[in-house]
Design a protein around this ligand. Structure first.
Ligand code: NAD
Ligand code: IPM
Ligand code: MN
Length: 331
């Protein structure tokens, strides 16, 4: 029995999530869903971005699909991004962000990589303060515990995909303590598990350049929280853009699927939102959390044949509807 907490959130999250749920229900006829609230809108209505009932539902069901949140870029007393609260509160310590070429959309055919992002600490520690007028400080927290959890997840993913290369991406030349602890802990685990000859490392600036110049050279990238926020957005250019980028927030016995994109206020209500990021995020839930690789493959196969046939994923003001119907038909 599969149970899913559905959290549309803000903006286009409310447009793409129902489409992804309809498709997942077609694949998993016994799926039980329940809707929960979170986000900026929720904060304005209830004074709280993630109600306790949402945490409870996710802990109970063990799986969720999250649409998007809007977050103001200035400080709002009492507000912290809903997705950050969920990642930290539910100990979703890894974010899995694959980037691959899709038919008709990618300008390069051979890209197929996964970025594993530490998902709970680093510069996302929430520890930021004004020390004095004109002096703002953010604390970057790196713990051995979180690096161990990430490295063990990396080992699982590397094993499942027979990784030919694992690249640790960091900036240990400038941040020898935080990035050094990250690098050394990941090395210890992965070398201990027999991956020494596939293991490699890159400084983040050079990694960014190489992701542009030769993305095919990467297979599995393991990195810290902020670098793992930036690099997938850069790399997903090769897959056909942000509208197609999926992710999985992944903990022990609990996972929250989430398209990489945000609430896209510039297109909300226009029908232009691409639901593929949300749809492909549910494929990650199937493959990595529910251990249903055959269903995951069926879903990704349906996306592939839809894209072959249509040759595009942008149908103007009918994108959300046409893409959703097209994937359902391809299934
Ligand atoms: P965004 O991802 O919302 O949009 C960036 C650009 O990509 C926009 O032009 C948008 O129209 C386009 N786009 C995004 N998703 C698309 C889709 N599915 N189909 C077609 N086009 C798509 O990023 P932003 O504009 O920088 O941020 C808007 C808000 O979203 C901010 O409040 C930000 O904090 C939030 N945000 C949330 C998440 C999340 O919930 N995980 C991620 C990123 C940004
Ligand atoms: C993402 C988003 C989030 C992040 C924001 C909305 C807090 O950009 O999931 O990539 O920075 O992690
Ligand atoms: Mn991001």
């Amino acid at each position: 029995m599969h149970r899913l907490v559905v959290i549309p959130g803000d903006g286009i999250g409310r447009e793409v999530v129902p489409v992804a749920v309809e498709i997942l229900e077609a694949l998993l006829p016994g799926l039980q869903t329940r809707e929960a609230d979170a986000g900026w809108d929720c904060f304005q209505r209830q004074g709280c971005a993630v109600p306790e009932a949402t945490f409870d539902a996710l802990r109970e069901c063990g799986a969720g699909l999250f649409g998007a949140v809007s977050s103001p870029s200035h400080r709002v007393p009492g507000y912290r991004s809903a997705i950050l609260q969920l990642r930290q509160g539910l100990r979703l310590g890894t974010s899995l962000r694959p980037v691959r070429s899709w038919p008709s959309l990618s300008s390069r055919p051979g890209v197929d990589l996964i970025i594993l992002r530490e998902n709970s600490e680093g510069l996302y520690s929430g520890r930021e303060h004004l020390e004095a007028e004109g002096v703002a400080i953010a604390e970057r927290v790196v713990t051995r515990e979180a690096c161990l959890a990430l490295a063990h997840r990396a080992q699982d993913v590397a094993k499942a995909r027979h990784a030919r290369r694992i690249t640790l991406v960091h900036k240990a030349n400038v941040l020898p303590l935080t990035c050094g602890l990250f690098r050394d802990t990941c090395r210890e685990v992965l070398e201990g598990e027999g991956w020494a000859s596939e293991l490699d490392e890159r400084l983040v600036d050079v990694a960014a350049l190489q992701l542009v110049e030769q993305p095919e050279a990467f297979d599995l990238i393991v990195t810290t929280n902020l670098f793992g926020d930036i690099l997938p957005d850069l790399a997903c250019h090769w897959s056909g853009g942000l509208g197609l980028a999926p992710s999985l927030n992944w903990g022990e016995g609990i996972a929250l699927a989430e398209p990489v994109h945000g609430s896209a206020p510039d297109i909300v209500g226009s029908g232009r939102a691409n639901p593929l990021g949300a749809i492909l995020s549910t494929a990650l839930l199937l493959r990595y959390h529910w251990q249903e690789p055959v269903l995951a493959q069926r879903l990704e196969g349906a996306v592939e044949s839809f894209l072959w046939e249509e040759g595009r994923a942008d149908f103007g003001f009918e994108t959300t509807r046409v893409v959703g119907q097209g994937i359902l038909a391809a299934l």
